[in-house]
Ligand binder design. Structure first.
Ligand SMILES: Cc1ncc(COP(=O)(O)O)c(C=O)c1O
Length: 398
């Protein structure tokens, strides 16, 4: 009798994807499903970048260098320079999406049993990467009453033990939309510097900031050559999730040398995706401005619709393209499954991500859901019609 590892048995399915079989079954019954469970935008991947990829002469699809295609690594500093950030190609490791960037960073920084502090709710896949690296997540809980702002930093400081090797932030935040002000990042950087630990910041949504607080990258924090590790990706920026191209940016070259060992074992990141990524750097800055304006429109629309539904608790997110709301229901896992299994309105329904999988603390998020505003306002409207009617009909309504 064969068995799977204890590690695999302890892993949970992703809250973002675990209900997919129910969505497939709903579609098989002819129900239209609005997918607001996953950060897969309906925005077109820039045609100019796709065209450049098509025009690239390719006779052998070779492995690329483990750190990334040289011309792409050399060009990336141009992208950062637009934001006033100075980096050199030697600070950059190209990865297979931000997903691999996070995993490789954890592998290079942490040993089995080490502790990683993360504000919760957090991007659910961090749990998976931590489990794969044998690392324990120590959560610091933020709450919907405060629009999921980071609790005062002394709460983080109190969690640091000799086993703590890093703090992991997502800025702008998935799933809450919170944007870390510069002052908070500076406070955190003093803490990590004093303790000799890392501050890993996942900045895959760095462009999508809608309020007046300007986005502050970890790369802008002065005197943090050793401690700061930035995770980046083209998945969201250029609506190119399938290209599977991300990066790690750090001025800590000893750390990059450690990461390179893992990168060599996996050979290389997708070459075709990197050609597309390199072409995207030449897009006019207006491309990203227009996309951000579109997400802002969706954000306002979603917030207006949700706020009008009785007993739904929500807030206007400041960044990324997610909203984490509390619903008047008994249990979000049951509700999200019910939406797909037992509900439809005019042949349509909506798929949402249940909240509990975004927390490390047991019992939290049971009435919360994450909504990704990745669909155009017309589709968002139809999805919100479904949600509103579903909440009125759901047998487990609070
Ligand atoms: C915060 C965050 N980090 C990382 C990822 C993974 O990105 P990639 O497609 O580059 O692996 C996502 C995807 O949704 C994300 O939201």
């Amino acid at each position: 009798m064969t068995k799977v590892s204890n590690r695999s048995q302890q892993l949970s399915l992703s809250p973002i994807r675990k209900l997919v079989p129910f969505a497939d079954a709903a579609e098989a019954r002819g129900t239209k499903v609005y997918y607001l469970n996953i950060g897969q935008p309906d925005i077109k991947t820039p045609p100019k970048a796709i065209q450049r990829l098509k025009e690239t002469p390719i006779d052998i699809l070779k492995y690329s260098p483990s750190s990334g295609i040289n011309s792409y690594r050399k060009k990336l500093p141009k992208y950062f320079k637009r934001y006033g950030i100075q980096v050199v190609p030697e600070d950059i490791m190209i990865t297979t999406g931000a997903s691999e960037a996070i995993f490789l960073s954890l592998m290079a920084i942490m040993d089995i049993g080490d502790e990683l502090i993360i504000p919760e709710p957090f991007y659910a896949n961090y749990s998976g990467f931590a489990a794969m690296a044998g690392v324990k997540i120590v959560p610091v809980t933020s709450s919907i009453e405060n629009n999921f702002a980071l609790p005062p930093v002394h709460f983080i400081q109190e969690k640091i033990t000799p086993k703590t090797k890093a703090i992991l932030l997502c800025n702008p935040n998935n799933p809450t939309g919170y944007v870390y002000p510069r002052s908070v990042l500076e406070e955190l950087s003093s803490i990590v510097k004093a303790k000799g630990i890392y501050l890993i910041i996942d900045e895959v949504y760095r462009e999508f900031v809608y309020n007046d607080t300007p986005f502050c990258s970890g790369l802008e924090l002065p005197g943090m050559k050793q401690e700061i590790v930035i995770v980046d990706s083209i998945s969201k920026r250029y609506s190119a999730c399938g290209a599977r191209v991300g990066s790690i940016i750090t001025r800590n070259h000893a750390l990059l040398r450690a990461i390179l060992k893992y990168a060599q074992f996996r050979l290389s990141s997708p070459g075709l995706g990197q050609i597309l990524a390199e072409a995207a750097i030449d897009l006019a800055p207006t491309y990203l401005e227009e996309v951000t304006t579109e997400y802002d429109r969706r954000r306002q629309h979603l917030f207006a619709r949700l706020s009008a539904i009785p007993k739904v608790i929500c807030y206007l997110p400041e960044g990324a393209f997610y909203l984490f709301a509390q619903l008047p229901i008994d249990n979000a896992d049951r509700f999200c499954q019910w939406l797909l299994e037992s509900f439809s309105h005019e042949g349509q329904t909506v798929m949402l991500a249940p909240g509990s999988g975004f927390y490390a603390s047991p019992g939290l998020g049971e009435k919360e859901i994450r909504i990704a505003y990745v669909l155009n306002t017309k589709d968002l409207d139809a999805a919100m019609d479904c949600l509103e009617i579903a909440l009125a009909k759901y047998p487990g309504r609070d």
